[in-house]
Design a protein around this ligand. Structure first.
Ligand code: GLA
Length: 312
């Protein structure tokens, strides 16, 4: 059946749709998907789709270009049923990455293979690192505020930030000092806008730990804290991601409130998913139903070594 996966010019075409193309993480995913395309000799069609309309149009366009399948991180997991239907109508194979698609019952759509991070474990790592650093700095645990920048409509975001929260409570931080700051968008601006009023309302607290679903959210919180006079010695922000946003912060001469990040594997999320899709469409071997990837903690002290190891 291999021939069926090829377009008239004999090339296999695979789409890679992401919700936020300007975000470093998605640029890295695309980069590694591009490496897979070069190695295996298929065409990679990168599409940014920040809303539902654009996702559905993107799928139709992929079909019009004779693509055989696509990998997607959708702007809203509740588009799952529509995405699955539109893929089926167009005879395209679909797998998801990062954000798992959900059905009308709110449960994950199991028929769509997925690659995501181990959200709870990675959140826990972030929380533990923040608590350890607070203890190292000698901060009185009872006087620390924890800012949980929240994007609770997304399962992986809930897993990450609840994992961090639970680790902080387990380390002895008071649960009543954990403040939720719901963000509307998962970028730095969204983090900033969410964090600012919560920090302002709790100005009595002079030491803060900031956690969120990704580096951008936490960086937004760190910038909001700076605006209120809380700098690198008053804030311990621990992000998740590690591709670009975090290292730019670590490379600054003076330490900011952005203390650490859990580095995720953009290679596994980009290269491995694109390769899995290629094997599915050319050989008929479906990807594993569910893959969870892990992360590595890095700080300004070791980020160059960690990134070099990761790139090797
Ligand atoms: C979600 C977040 C991204 C990134 C990925 C990693 O999609 O919005 O910023 O963290 O997860 O899987």
């Amino acid at each position: 059946m291999a021939g069926c996966a090829r377009s008239s010019d004999g090339k296999v075409r695979i789409g890679f749709i992401v919700k936020q193309p300007e975000e470093q993480w998605f640029q890295s995913e695309w980069k590694f998907a591009g490496v897979a395309a070069r190695e295996h000799g298929f065409d990679l069609i990168r599409i940014g789709a920040p809303d539902g309309d654009r996702v559905l149009t993107a799928i139709d366009n992929l079909a019009a270009k004779n693509a055989s399948g696509f990998v997607i991180c959708a702007p809203d997991p509740r588009l799952g049923t529509a995405i699955e239907q539109r893929a089926r109508v167009n005879e395209l194979k679909v797998m998801s990455v990062d954000d798992r698609l959900i059905g009308p019952d709110g449960k994950p759509i199991r028929s769509i293979p997925h690659v995501g991070i181990s959200g709870v474990a990675i959140g826990k790592l972030a929380g533990e690192a923040a608590a350890a650093e607070a203890k190292r700095r000698g901060w009185p645990l009872g006087q620390i505020g924890v800012l949980r920048i929240a994007y609770d409509s997304l399962e992986t975001a809930r897993e990450r930030t609840f994992g961090a929260r639970d680790a902080l409570i387990a380390a002895g931080l008071p649960a009543e000092h954990i403040f939720d700051a719901p963000q509307r968008t998962t970028d730095t601006e969204g983090g900033f806008t969410a964090a600012d009023p919560v920090l302002t309302r709790n100005a009595a607290l002079k030491h803060w730990i900031i956690v969120g679903l990704n580096d951008e959210a936490v960086l937004g919180g760190v910038r909001a804290a700076e605006g209120l006079g809380l700098g690198g010695d008053a804030v311990i922000g621990v992000g998740i991601g590690g591709s670009g946003t975090a290292d730019a912060e670590f490379a600054k001469t003076r330490q900011t409130g952005f203390y650490a990040s859990v580095l995720l594997s953009a290679r596994k999320h980009g290269y491995d998913t694109a390769t899995a899709m290629y094997e599915w469409v050319t050989r008929g071997t479906p990807p594993p139903p569910l893959v969870h990837t892990s992360g590595t903690l890095m700080t300004r002290d070791n980020f160059r070594a960690v990134l070099a190891r990761e790139a090797a």
